[in-house]
Design a protein around this ligand. Sequence first.
Ligand code: S3P
Length: 433
Amino acid sequence: MSSPSQKIVRPARNIRGSVRLPGDKSISHRYGMLAGIAEGASRLENYSTGADCASTLGCMRALGVKWERKNNCVEVEGRGLTLSAPECALDCGNSGSSMRMLSGIVAGQKFTSEMTGDESLSRRPMERIIRPLTAMGAKITASEGRPPLRISGASLHAIDYKLPVASAQVKSCLLFAGLFAEDETRVEEEVRTRDHGEVALRAFGAQLTRKALGGGDEVRIRGGQRLHGIEARIPGDLSSAAFFLCAAALFPGSQLTLPDLLMNPTRARLLDILMQMGLRIAVTQLEQVHGEMVGSLEVEGQALKGATISGSDSAALIDEIPVLAAIAPYSEKGLEVRDGKELRVKESDRIAAVAANLRRMGAQVEEREDGLSIPGGQALRGAEIESYGDHRIAMAFAVAALRAEGETLIRGAEAAAISYPEFFQALERVTER
Ligand code: S3P
């Protein structure tokens, strides 16, 4: 038996079955925030079950937004753009998304908010939102650019801002702040990142304009726009699906169905890479819901080849690189990851965490400042793995363990609940031994 904080994963013979994923984390955060500042009620079906998205709802409640969870639905009573001053610090837990995106909303309020987080979040860089929000007129104090943040809201003025790091969280933060600014805010990104903020703003009734600029985008939003509530079903989380897709990729002859999954093109690079690595993927029932593409996947494992992830792909695959790296030793040619230095400032230093855990399983791996080089054709053995409190590391190595020789013990396995509390049970259901 494994205790709540550790899990034992035994090797598998095959992966077969169907998994319905909880609602996408990126969309749930944005819908949770925008529903709070919309006018009227919203009904958000299949809202993420993860602790991170619960942190967002907790902060919204502290800002005076009433909501209720009914089964897998969150019903929110929107307050319009004016929130109420919180009586305590806004606790973002482990969630960088909650802190960075909500900063854009509290920066436009007439009160001061304190935003805090757990030990991991307290180490993460916030300068990337502090600088532009300060340029818009908010007053923000932080120690060396890290949480806790103290944000004194103001009447914001629009900015024209080019993102210095490829970050959808920062882009959404500034577009949300743009709602509270006079005139038009313009955000430019050199590398296109996930566009859920833009899509969600439109779903809630805001108007914005987007223009492709080279490999990136420019987005403009006018301040003072009022949002309206929506009734929506949030599609299954593609980054959580990545663990099952990679598990299936490990076993030639595996068969997996993933219904009702997010298929947003800015997130779907994962599917291209996995197909390149040999996984057969068919997309069915593709439709658009509130501006987001949704579809079902049928996948079948074949011999696993290698891949290289670099340039804009590293930003597009930032959340999936840990699990792609965890299966890489079993592939024919291995995996090269370059241009991924953002991996070092996620919930853990994901380059170091992946390298250390692969070595514990007996793999050879080369760690670089901005990536990893993992040779293929390696057999791994079960080992004691450390999650470093990072949900994606815990789940990535549960997948690697399926093809290892002997059992693997995942320490800090409870971290999976940050994005996907039901992960270990769901993995067990599709694993054949
Ligand atoms: C997210 C964007 C990414 C990602 C995170 C969620 C989002 O972070 O790693 O899990 O919802 O916008 P960055 O925008 O900081 O790269």
